[in-house]
Ligand binder design. Structure first.
Ligand code: BGC
Length: 273
């Protein structure tokens, strides 16, 4: 329930766009936002079938959703996606910058193409989508019946915005960039009633990291890095996203919420030091 003291769904009437929403964390977020009453754009870049299946799932559960294809690193495609959403639903209230990928290699073997691709999707994509959303937030302004602010942005970062990660220089650099992009946007836009926050997931069971938890041996190794001793589920991230998207977190901006089972607590120091 929201701070409005009613039994209305917490995001009733709001329009959300979730990038990379056809699988993994993005899919769980799309479902959770819809369950909280928002209409949801399920953005995808490839795999139209999965995106449309997601939309069907949301509709079957009584929610409202539509799928829109766009590569978040392409300015023209991002602009077209927002134009379609605004034309169909009138505006956008919530942006979840979730789309992201890994292309891992030791530094000396990392190609410029793989460096660039990860920066393009993980960082430039968040800039392009945020810019498009903010332009619309500013055009529309605050609609008090919907929310106390003109818009909310949630940036999906990673524990690797603070934890260096050998063999993943492109990914760690992109997430470090997301962290300061988020804070800078939050500082710049707070006076205009726009809230910007980040979630930094730890190890969550999704297609991006199957190798890290698929076998019992791999999972046992991974659990050494997680004080709570469980690998996270996409729903752990989805619940945090709904909160950051709602007026319940109205006084929170520029924050990074680590949803990581304690991964950022230097688990190697649980003894000694
Ligand atoms: C990465 C995962 C990894 C996790 C914890 C995430 O940002 O995408 O592959 O398991 O961080 O290291």
């Amino acid at each position: 329930m929201s701070m409005t003291d009613t039994c209305e769904p917490i995001l009733k009437g709001q329009r959300a766009l979730v990038t990379g929403a056809s699988s993994g964390i993005g899919a769980a977020i799309a479902k959770a936002l819809a369950a909280a009453g928002a209409k949801v754009v399920v953005n995808y870049a490839g795999g139209a079938d999965r995106a449309h299946a997601m939309v069907e799932k949301i509709r079957a559960a009584g929610g409202e959703a539509m799928a829109i294809r766009a590569d978040v690193s392409r300015e023209d495609e991002v602009e077209a996606m927002f134009a379609e959403m605004i034309e169909t639903w009138g505006s956008v209230d919530i942006l979840v910058n979730n789309a992201g990928l890994q292309k891992d290699a030791p530094l000396v073997e990392m190609s410029l193409a793989d460096w660039q691709k990860v920066l393009d999707i993980n960082l430039t994509g968040q800039f392009l989508c945020s810019r498009a959303a903010v332009r619309e937030f500013l055009r529309r302004g605050v609609v008090p019946e919907l929310s106390r602010v003109a818009g909310k942005i949630i940036c999906m970062s990673s524990v690797h915005d603070v934890i260096p990660w050998a063999g993943h220089a492109n990914y760690a650099a992109s997430k470090g960039g997301v962290s300061l992009l988020m804070k800078t946007m939050a500082q710049e836009l707070a006076p205009q009633r726009i809230r910007v926050n980040a979630i930094s997931p730890g190890a969550i069971k999704t297609p991006i990291n199957t190798a890290a938890w698929m076998t019992p041996e791999a999972e046992a190794e991974l659990l050494k890095l997680i004080p709570c001793r469980r690998v996270g589920e996409p729903e752990d991230i989805a619940r945090a996203t709904v909160w950051l998207a709602s007026d319940d977190s109205d006084y929170v901006t520029g924050a990074t919420l680590y949803v990581d089972g304690g991964m950022t607590l230097y688990p190697g120091f649980d003894q000694g030091g």
